[in-house]
Design a protein around this ligand. Sequence first.
Ligand code: HEC
Length: 122
Amino acid sequence: MHLKRVALMTAAVVSIGFANMGGEKLLEKHCTSCHMASNPTAEKVKHMVAPPMWGIVRHLKKRLKGKEEYIAFVSSYIMSPSKENARFTKEAIARFGLMPSMKGTITEKEARIIAEYLYNTY
Ligand code: HEC
């Protein structure tokens, strides 16, 4: 009985660990090639192809009300980016062009995992 409980707890801890890693790994795989994850150096700014990730997240957090609205917006925008739906700056679209859709690259579920990870991280 006792052993069984320990095994169950271990399984729960391991699966929470994987859930957290999921967001970070997905971000690395699909997003940070364009969106830098940390503060860019002056040299890197010259070669930027998209706004840094933390900048977008902080800006959107101010414009959207709460975690649910944030996750809903980010997970849907990355699947279908458009000028009309964009909540980040118009200057970003003018400078870098519209973000390419992630449809077919990631699933809806992965989009939500990424959005939640971003909300919790920045
Ligand atoms: C090929 C480069 C590229 C990749 C890969 C990419 N993005 Fe973007 N993203 C952009 C560009 C360029 C913009 C700025 C223009 C715009 O808002 O569409 C942007 C804008 C955004 C925005 C702001 C939306 C708004 O309100 O305007 C979010 C949020 C975002 N990206 C999230 C992500 C996430 C999450 C991923 C990974 C799943 C990702 N991006 C992958 C290029 C990219």
